[in-house]
Design a protein around this ligand. Structure first.
Ligand SMILES: NC(=O)c1ccc[n+]([C@@H]2O[C@H](COP(=O)([O-])OP(=O)(O)OC[C@H]3O[C@@H](n4cnc5c(N)ncnc54)[C@H](OP(=O)(O)O)[C@@H]3O)[C@@H](O)[C@H]2O)c1
Length: 405
């Protein structure tokens, strides 16, 4: 598994001032405000927890946590939840297996909710932590790793935002919410979105205008690019700008017309890359008609680009059966090469001729590979999305032609 192709790991814990988190497989305090906070952080998500914590939850509530999917870690291969809880619970034997299953469920985040053994095992790879500090010095037998009374200032997750101390009405305890995250080195990115296809198989309506209740594919793609921190988005049109420009109304993008769209996509790509300029650290080449491309997929691809080997000039998604996907990200050096060719070259052709300089980002996320090319594709896609066993897409994730044709 590629280290970038995984959900964000977030530790969620309530920790007393002396680091204590538990006593006799239960919480040493009752703090309703923290339980509410825990619920709002993890609601609807996938949680990873140790077998002992799982059993303590079931003992307290009589069932698993409502509205969350549980991955319960145990070394005992025969351990199983009660049959009537099994729908919301899966046993895992390792953290890698938990990450793999969370990926299959398309989870963006995996919440590690304890106990002490689980926090210790995941602390090094965690991306952030949502902690509630409880002002109390209880006796206990389970402790948060690396905790000091001053907080986590010297620990491995150095960036901390601390909320104000608050007083619990129900228990009289003082508590505060802390958020730790790993510092990020920002890189400056641009994206050329290629929209000059002739849309013949859709009766002249660009595929990026197919829409669901979240908006058109194009608008969702541009929003995803902006939300992962792409600094400069350039849409390259080829005759459909009149219909496409309104679809991104209010979003910070630049529009560019390819005057000769019939000469092929390579020229649109070249024009887009030239327009983005040479001052960025990476350049995405996007299609603008991929119905499932989302922020989470882009976040992982950008992570793979950041972690590329020095010889690599292009990072592209690749399915586990070897199918290349989109978008791809190229370095400033390769952008310069594409921009300066008298005969424009497609990214795909460069990749095939330069395998040593193109790195695959192996992933199963459908957003990189699913394409709707024809009316038949659209019907098949919509039928698949309606199936009960579909992946964790929001309900009703089907697309129609835009009403404003
Ligand atoms: N304050 C909080 O926010 C908070 C949150 C959660 C829990 N807690 C408290 O924490 C205490 C429980 O913590 P704990 O450390 O004793 O237990 P735990 O982490 O909940 O569970 C430990 C169990 O998880 C399994 N496990 C752990 N690491 C594993 C690995 N690498 N591979 C496979 N299985 C693994 C093992 O199960 P098997 O024995 O089945 O092999 C192990 O016995 C309780 O007091 C609970 O109330 C507090």
């Amino acid at each position: 598994m590629h280290p970038c192709d995984r959900p964000r790991l977030v530790l969620v814990a309530a920790v007393a001032s002396n680091g204590c988190i538990g006593r006799q497989n239960d919480l040493p305090w009752h703090l309703p405000e923290d339980l509410q906070h825990f619920k709002s952080v993890t609601r609807g998500g996938t949680v990873l927890l140790g077998r002992k914590t799982y059993e303590s939850i079931v003992q307290r509530l009589g069932r698993p946590l409502p509205g969350r999917y549980h991955l319960v870690l145990s070394r005992n291969t025969r351990w199983q939840p009660q049959p009537d809880h099994a729908q919301h619970v899966q046993t895992v034997q390792s953290i890698e297996q938990a990450i793999h299953l969370a990926n299959e469920r398309l989870a963006d985040t995996l919440f590690v909710i304890g106990g002490a053994e689980l926090y210790t095992a995941t602390q090094d790879i965690a991306d952030s932590a949502e902690l509630t500090e409880v002002e109390l010095l209880p006796e206990g037998d389970a402790f948060f790793p690396g905790w000091s009374p001053k907080g986590w200032e010297n620990a491995r997750l150095p960036n901390c935002k601390a909320g104000d101390w608050q007083l619990s009405k129900a228990s009289g305890l003082r508590y505060r919410f802390l958020r730790y995250s790993k510092p990020k080195v920002n890189i400056k990115l641009g994206a050329a979105v290629l929209l000059a296809g002739d849309a013949k198989r859709f009766g002249g309506q660009p595929k990026g205008l197919l829409e669901n209740q979240s908006g058109s594919i194009l608008r969702q793609t541009v929003k995803a690019l902006l939300s992962v921190g792409v600094d400069h988005v350039c849409l390259v049109h080829g005759g459909h700008a009149g219909a496409l420009v309104p679809a991104v109304d209010g979003l910070e993008v630049e529009h560019l017309e390819n005057p000769e769209p019939r000469k092929g996509q390579a020229r649109s790509q070249q024009l887009g890359l030239i327009q983005l300029g040479d001052a960025l650290d990476g350049y995405l080449i996007c299609l603008g008609d991929q119905p499932l491309l989302d922020k989470e997929g882009l976040r992982r691809l950008i992570c793979a680009f950041r972690k590329r080997e020095p010889v690599v000039d292009m990072v592209y998604p690749e399915s586990h059966d070897g199918k290349p996907g989109n978008p791809v990200i190229v370095t400033p050096e390769l952008r310069h090469w594409f921009a300066s060719q008298s005969q424009p070259v497609l990214g795909k052709d460069w990749r095939q001729s330069n395998p040593a300089k193109a790195a695959a980002f192996p992933t199963a996320r459908p957003g990189f590979f699913v394409d709707i090319d024809s009316e038949d594709d659209l019907n098949a896609f919509n039928a698949g999305q309606k199936q009960e066993d579909r992946l964790a897409m929001p309900l009703g994730y089907t697309f129609q032609r835009s009403a404003a044709r």
